[in-house]
Ligand binder design. Structure first.
Ligand code: T3D
Length: 255
């Protein structure tokens, strides 16, 4: 049983809710371990994950009352943050970060590690680290310049100001900012689309986009050929084409 997160599965969608609302879902050691465990032991029927927060915040980053973590930041990052982030980026199904409120520090970068980030319009993203004399971690220095470019990444990191969800979407930091009233419905719909989609193709897209940052064009074309070969041998591809020819909606099994 989990203590710091809630975890429930419905219709092929696992919802992982960070659940320390009194501290805006700050990450302590237990929460990092529980997120890692939940994402690395998914049941076979799970075809999409929604990562969200309880209460008015998404996640306020490292729990600043945790002196043990502060005593050796390097070890905490290596031993606890890295496995947690890897559990998100290598999750066997697509992950949506449903950012229901402020996402600060490592909490912002945890959200940005997901495949798709959808935020309420009242949410914001803060690279809060320099406020307490630290540098961005949890993948922030990797993802930000790639997502928004050097100038915006530097501005976000040096000034540690909240970037409202709409601006984050305009900059390409996240996929979508939606009115608060529509948020739950949009998340439910998007999660259903992913849970009923061609899971193998989704994971290959993740792999291809991750590799694109380091590959030259010819290496990327090679990778596309290999991954498309794989997709072309899947039952979901057969179903997709058959459904198209039969003028019906495909029923993908994720295989
Ligand atoms: O291991 C390591 O340490 C290295 C890793 C570091 C990675 C990091 O994430 S460093 C960055 C850590 N996070 C921050 O610096 C953010 C701190 N929090 C805030 O700046 C603000 O709380 C927020 C912008 C997130 C939200 O502001 P607001 O005004 O909406 O809420 P609030 O009143 O500040 O917070 C509500 C409560 O949550 C409050 O407690 P109280 O007064 O009601 O008893 C506040 O102290 C608590 N809280 C918020 N963030 C944290 C926290 N408690 C512990 N740790 C937190 N990070």
């Amino acid at each position: 049983d989990f203590e710091t997160i809630q975890f429930q599965v419905e219709d092929g969608v696992a919802t992982l809710t960070l659940n320390r609302p009194a501290v805006m879902n700050a990450l302590n050691s237990r929460m990092r371990a529980e997120i890692t465990e939940a994402l690395t032991t998914l049941a076979p029927e799970v075809r999409a994950v929604v990562l969200t927060g309880a209460g008015r915040g998404f996640c306020s980053g490292q729990d600043l009352t945790d002196r043990a973590a502060a005593a050796n930041l390097e070890a905490t990052l290596r031993d606890e943050y890295e496995p947690m982030l890897a559990a998100v980026t290598t999750c066997p199904v697509p992950v949506i970060a449903a950012v229901n409120g402020v996402a600060a520090g490592a909490g912002a970068n945890l959200a940005l590690a997901a495949d798709v980030v959808i935020a309420t319009e009242s949410a914001s993203f803060i690279q809060a680290f320099t406020r307490i004399g630290l540098i961005p971690d949890a993948g922030g220095t990797w993802i930000l310049p790639r997502a928004v470019g050097h100038a915006r990444a530097m501005g976000m990191m040096l000034f540690a100001e909240p970037v409202p969800a709409r601006q984050a979407a305009d900059w390409g930091l996240i996929w979508q900012a939606v009115p608060d009233a529509d948020f739950e419905g949009v998340i439910r719909d998007r999660a259903r689309v992913l849970a009923q989609g061609p899971t193998g193709a989704f994971l290959s897209i993740r792999e291809a986009l991750a590799a694109a940052t380091a590959n030259d064009l010819s290496a990327q074309l090679e990778l596309e050929a290999r991954l498309q070969g794989q997709a072309g041998r899947s039952a979901d591809f057969v179903e997709g084409v058959t459904a198209f020819l039969e003028k019906r909606r495909p029923v993908f099994r994720g295989a």
